[in-house]
Design a binder for this molecule. Structure first.
Ligand code: FEO
Ligand code: CA
Ligand code: CA
Ligand code: CA
Length: 654
């Protein structure tokens, strides 16, 4: 989700919700050299990097290249780059095809009516593909002749843009408008457009298509009953008038990134749920401190006016596990994994067999987490994610780091600090992590492990609110508008280990502007750099692919998209532009089939205005910045999932 969903929400984020005194190493300006900086003889801080021009960097690298031409970096991404820029269309690297698989409003469930944006209803939307597709996960169909040509695709629907979805409405979340045009009928359509979709897809003669009337087809919406499981289930703090047991809830919203598990389930993560709540909590409420730490409520939607449960109720917020192969199954909210703004939940099996799920909490100055299951990933236990240990990361200035367990009774997590049970620790995850001294990061988004190298990549999308006094080794730039990527190497190659080494893989932004302090390799072209890393994927060759959120003509002179990023060897830190979204959109997904022959990407909120361009006309249903992908004057822009394949077959991006 873009940061500027609403003035109200933006104001809440500006305040920041992390008032803890955890070190940002404010007085430690350059306690650490990272490896690339050592190679270049530069200190690891933007303020100093800014003194050295990229031209000087290039000259230094040219000298080292002269010293050994044999070290010329191997190009593991030998495709012709897409030209960076922005227009109403999508663009993919030459030699590849990018085709629309499914769009907002397309049928998912049998009997779904044809999409008619002028006569939309909640009942129709609940059977159709939802809005703002984000995470995409592919499950090969068991027994398929070609597992890379027949499977289930699970897709998150993160949020809604009322101004682009509904005729004659315009943006409703501005203070002067105050949701005046929102009706119960429109809110109910929005609720039906959230959540997720399960679709069956098949590739025939090279072309992917949705299998109509599949028995696996499912829509998950803000009305889908969910079960709470894990240590916080049944807690008094989760009981509501609709659910006096604290074990059942009816909602999943703001489903951002996610993950797939080796046991064939889909983890869909709830991120900015505070946006959908409104109302005022009593100042003396026992939940007041926890709600404040969560920026709750943020009043960005009108839902609370028509549905009491969104009027500052106490809905929990954890990764939700869904079995896509059983449409009748009840999704489970896994409370053991904590309550925070879960961006994603990408997992990997640790050396000892435990399943480890890495997770970012996407808020300025919030934390990176991992959950380590108590049982083995191959145990057959379908409730593996109910038992285990949640850890939060501390990045030390010497390049070492620690995963600190969030366990009731350990360290400061005691009744004296307001924690009376593990449920309290999990419901107040951020408050518990504050006490442990976790490192405040620049908006942690996706966190993915590379199965081939064991390294873990942390996308830190941006943080324009970090002051010079708040700079630290792992967040080395003040006013970090373009974000960076941190690489974590677990001790002994074990993802369950509590110690790790880390370094900054790349600081993003335009390397030709010295003040930006970007550190892409000098082999990176003017098309190959990017800002605002968000979702990411690692392919079967161990190559990293980064999706971005927030590039625009006004901010970086380019639309969002997919960039390949070299992580190894002499070419480390080289970006290459592979795919570009239409204007106004954000790049989501991405994920591969197991053999990398298909790359699924999701185009989210096409047609928005460029928020950084004060001259840009407000985008509306009648006047979007693009009518992608239909380009039909009667149709609004439609978020959609695309399949990218290599012409003539083979691995994408080779
Ligand atoms: Fe929904 Fe943090 O992106
Ligand atoms: Ca998103
Ligand atoms: Ca984002
Ligand atoms: Ca994201």
């Amino acid at each position: 989700m873009t940061q500027n969903r609403s003035q109200a929400a933006e104001a809440a984020e500006d305040v920041g919700s992390n008032p803890s005194l955890n070190p940002t190493f404010g007085d430690v300006v350059a306690a650490r050299f990272d490896r690339r900086d050592l190679l270049r003889g530069l200190l690891g801080v933007g303020a100093i990097a800014a003194l050295v021009t990229p031209r000087a960097l290039a000259a230094a690298e040219a000298r080292s290249a002269e010293a050994g031409a044999a070290n010329a970096p191997e190009n593991r991404f030998p495709f012709a780059e897409v030209e960076a820029g922005s227009d109403p269309h999508h663009h993919v690297a030459a030699g590849h095809d990018a085709e629309i698989l499914i769009r907002w409003g397309d049928p998912v469930l049998p009997g779904a009516p044809a999409f008619d944006p002028h006569n939309q209803s909640a009942a129709a939307q609940a059977r159709q593909f939802g809005y703002n597709n984000d995470f995409v996960g592919y499950f090969p169909m068991p027994g398929a002749a070609d597992p890379a040509a027949h499977g289930l695709l699970v897709v998150n629907h993160e949020y809604t843009n009322e101004e682009l979805m509904f005729p004659g409405l315009g943006r409703q979340d501005l203070k002067a408008i105050d949701f005046k045009g929102m009706t119960r009928a429109l809110v109910d359509i929005e609720m039906a457009a959230h959540g997720g979709s399960v679709i069956e897809i098949r590739r025939t003669a090279g072309t992917w298509a949705v299998v109509p009337d599949s028995p696996y087809a499912r829509r998950i919406t803000a009305e889908t009953p969910m079960a709470l499981s894990g240590p916080a289930a049944g807690s008094d703090r989760l009981k509501t008038s609709a659910d006096p047991t604290g074990r059942a809830v009816r909602v999943t919203i703001n489903n951002c990134a996610g993950g797939t598990t080796p046991w064939g389930t889909w983890l869909t993560c709830e991120e900015n749920v505070n946006y959908n709540f409104s109302g005022t909590l009593a100042a003396d409420s026992p939940e007041a401190r926890n709600h404040t730490r969560f920026n709750l409520p943020a009043n960005a939607y009108a839902w609370g006016r028509f549905h009491d449960r969104f009027d500052v109720s106490k809905e929990p917020n954890e990764p939700n596990e869904i079995d896509p192969f059983d449409p009748a199954s009840t999704p489970k909210k896994r409370t053991a994994m904590g309550r925070f703004k879960h961006e994603g939940a990408a997992g990997i099996v640790a050396k000892g067999g435990a399943y480890v799920v890495y997770q970012g909490d996407d808020e300025r100055f919030d934390y990176v987490y991992k959950f380590v299951t108590a049982g083995r990933a191959d145990s057959g236990d379908r409730d593996l994610l109910d038992s285990g240990t949640l850890h939060v990361a501390r990045f030390d200035a010497d390049g070492r780091g620690a995963w600190m367990p969030l366990v009731f009774g350990q360290g400061p997590l005691t009744p004296g600090n307001g924690f009376h049970s593990q449920a309290d620790v999990l419901i107040g995850t951020r408050l518990a992590a504050d006490l442990l001294g976790a490192t405040k990061m620049d908006r942690p988004e996706d966190v993915e492990a590379n199965p081939r190298t064991g390294k873990v990549y942390v996308m830190l999308t941006n943080n324009g609110k970090r002051s010079a006094a708040q700079v630290d080794a792992a967040n080395p730039r003040a006013d970090n508008r373009f974000g960076h990527i941190v690489e974590v190497t677990p001790d002994a190659g074990d993802h369950a280990a509590t110690g790790f080494a880390w370094e900054v893989l790349v600081r993003c932004g335009d390397p030709s502007i010295a003040q930006v302090g970007a550190t892409f390799s000098s082999a990176t072209t003017t098309d190959g750099w990017f800002g605002m890393p968000d979702n990411c994927a690692v392919d079967g060759l161990g190559r990293l692919w980064v999706a971005t959120d927030g590039n625009s003509p006004a901010r970086t002179g380019r639309a969002d998209g997919i960039w390949a990023l070299e992580t190894e060897g002499a070419g480390r830190g080289t970006g290459r532009h592979f795919f570009r979204v239409p204007c106004g959109a954000e790049m989501c997904g991405p994920s591969f089939t197991p053999d990398d022959t298909t790359f699924f990407v999701a185009v989210q909120h096409p047609g928005e205005a460029d928020e950084d361009d004060p001259k840009a006309a407000p985008a509306t249903f009648e006047n979007p910045s693009t009518r992608w992908p239909d380009f039909d004057p009667a149709m609004p822009p439609r978020p959609a999932v695309l399949t990218i394949t290599k012409r003539g077959g083979g691995r994408v991006g080779t």
